[in-house]
Design a binder for this molecule. Structure first.
Ligand code: ZN
Length: 211
């Protein structure tokens, strides 16, 4: 706990004074986040850091590989679906963003189950990624395999979200958007999914450069 206590003290010293009024308002009026972020549990892919968020801005679901179970899955897996339903129906978020990332261990396990051999639950969970993995296996080889599987996993999660009736209804009404992205750990590049082409395009940062 020492590291956490140190971090908390730092937070109270520096950030709390800046955010105090914001926290008070959030406590008084409740949260009203406009974004639901679905990201990987990986310690390097924290949406609040990458998107420079303030408290109250994002409702976040993190799980291994940023996976979205099919709406109709009849076994377990309720944690992620409960968070999605709460964010959309109760909090009325206006955007859902699925963010995958480079060097994703969950996607690696979906590609090669032996990487998670002996670890309970992981291979069962990442079996959700099977349609993405199958697609990649049919089309790519070697080094591109992991990157393509990470991108296909984001596309799969996005396409599954579109099958949730309460999401489809709100998209049709124009009150909700769903997007996909992938964050590059080593280069810091965020690429966005173009849902028309199925391709990922890097976000320009300044003067046309990506970093
Ligand atoms: Zn990951």
């Amino acid at each position: 706990m020492e590291r956490l206590i140190r971090g908390y003290r730092e937070f109270r010293k520096k950030r709390w004074p800046q955010e105090r009024a914001n926290y008070l308002e959030l406590a008084d009026k409740g949260q009203k986040p406009e974004y639901l972020l679905i990201a990987c549990s990986d310690s390097r892919s924290d949406p609040a850091t990458i998107f420079n968020a303030r408290p109250g801005e994002f409702f976040v679901v993190r799980n291994v590989a940023a996976a979205v179970p099919p709406h109709s899955a009849d076994h377990g897996l309720f944690g992620t679906r409960a968070a999605i339903a709460y964010a959309v129906i109760a909090l009325k978020v206006r955007n859902i963003v699925v963010m995958g990332h480079a060097q994703c261990g969950g996607v690696a396990a979906a590609l090669n189950p032996e990487t998670a051999a002996g670890i309970p639950f992981v291979n069962e969970w990442v079996s959700l990624l099977a349609p993405a993995v199958d697609k990649v296996r049919a089309h790519t080889h070697g080094d591109d395999e992991a990157t393509n599987a990470e991108r296909e996993t984001v596309k799969l999660s996005v396409s599954r979200l579109l099958e949730y009736p309460f999401i489809a209804e709100r998209m049709a009404a124009g009150t909700l958007k769903v997007d996909g992205a992938r964050f590059g750990i080593a280069d810091g590049i965020l690429e966005l999914l173009d849902q028309k082409t199925g391709e990922f395009e890097p976000v320009k940062v300044r003067n046309g450069w990506f970093s």
